[in-house]
Design a protein. Structure first.
Length: 397
């Protein structure tokens, strides 16, 4: 269970008021950081939800960039717009229920703590923080403040990924024992032109390259599909040799699970945009190629060896807009989960714990890569007991 302890230097959050979910009044929220994913992903999803259910309203936005604030005003004429999150929280805090954090990752922890201190629930973009220690402190604070902290693990809600979950739950391919998870991008995801299009290539803002940016998606999917947590990681990275960029372009990792192995290849140097995953079970396999699924299953009698039977193969197209970087439709299902968590006082759920674990794996992978791919052991059972990553050789020596 998550710990209720945190730094004694931070005062406890005020008790505040707790809006009842059954109330006819919508939950009132503020977006912190109005960049690409906020304006093109989150806000359209929240606006659709507001129109269909009337259970939320974005009433304020904060962004450091004047041009982005002007665009926020155009999109939300009735909302109050602020130049920084502290001004917003000071003016709006007593009337807000939640914040949606969409800034670069290096600011996630500070913004989360400030919001929790105001008694607000928090939605937060991935990665939840730039270190596992920061992420664990956010979870501990949410527990103490009795407010929900939920990361936006939107890939779990892609229609094609939901279809994969249905196949796995059916038992059609048996017990999963191996994964390959390949994400190809021709460049890093661009930030908005009005502020800093290339902030993902600046470690000050991003905390890392493609491993920190896209690795969380890869890892929480791996945890889900393997139905277990990895026990070690070995990784290599490649960074543009020009010296102009300080985050990696390519990340290759092998994860050892109690139930098998997973191999991940993520790159910003590909010739195309595509996601290709394979899931291998003891009775079949699934191949995910963006919106397309290929399912292979052994047609064997009960108790018969799958290897001696003729497999059945099926193909399925599940429109999911995988080529659209906005993924707006993938955010909308997060909202009812957020409401359910608030209603149930489930302040820290599995997604939040997995968010810490993804960062633990990435940190260990960076250590491995810095030592020519040597294996790093992982202990993810208690994600709040964060330890400094070590090489397997140093553990066994």
């Amino acid at each position: 269970m998550p710990s209720d302890s945190r730094s004694p230097s931070r005062p406890a959050a005020p008790a505040g008021r707790k809006r009842q979910i059954a109330s006819p009044h919508p939950m009132k929220g503020a977006i912190l950081g109005y960049g690409f994913i906020a304006s093109q992903g989150h806000l359209p999803a929240w606006q659709r939800r507001a129109l269909s259910h009337g259970d939320l309203e974005i009433v304020a936005v904060a962004d450091r960039c004047e041009a982005r604030r002007a665009l926020a005003h155009q999109a939300l004429p009735a909302a109050r717009i602020y130049a920084d999150h502290r001004s917003l929280l000071a003016a709006e805090g007593t009337s807000l229920d939640f914040v949606d954090i969409c800034t670069p990752p290096s600011e996630h922890a500070c913004l989360t703590h400030d919001a929790l201190d105001r008694g607000l629930h928090v939605l937060c973009e991935k990665p939840m923080a730039v270190s596992a220690k920061e992420a664990a402190s956010m979870i501990a604070h949410a527990q103490l403040a009795r407010r929900v902290l939920m990361p936006c693990h939107n890939y779990l809600h892609a229609p094609v990924i939901r279809a994969v979950r249905e196949v796995l739950d059916s038992g059609l391919i048996g017990r999963v024992h191996a994964l390959t998870l390949d994400t190809f991008r021709p460049t890093h995801a661009r930030g908005v032109a009005e502020w800093s299009p290339d902030w993902r290539r600046d470690r000050h803002w991003s905390g890392g390259g493609i491993a920190m940016d896209h690795g969380p998606h890869t890892l929480y999917l791996a945890f889900d599909w393997m139905n277990s947590l990895p026990t070690s990681v070995s990784a290599r990275t490649f960074t543009d040799p020009s010296g102009k960029l300080d985050t990696e372009d390519t990340w290759v990792a092998t994860l050892t699970f109690p139930t098998g192995l997973a191999s991940a290849f993520l790159t910003w140097k590909a010739g195309l945009r595509k996601g290709v995953f394979t899931i291998h079970g003891d009775r079949g396999a699934i191949v995910i190629n963006d919106d397309e699924l290929q399912i292979v299953a052994a047609d064997a009698p009960a108790g018969g060896p799958a290897s001696t039977t003729r497999p059945r193969t099926g193909r399925l197209s599940v429109p999911s807009d995988c080529q659209d970087a906005r993924h707006s439709a993938w955010f909308e299902p997060i909202w009812p989960q957020f409401l359910d968590a608030i209603a149930a006082d489930r302040f820290v759920g599995k997604d939040a714990l997995d968010a810490v674990r993804t960062i633990q794996v990435i940190e260990a992978a960076y250590v491995s890569a810095a030592h020519a791919g040597q294996q790093c052991p992982l202990d993810l059972a208690q994600p709040l007991a964060v330890q400094r990553p070590r090489l397997l050789a140093s553990v066994t020596a």
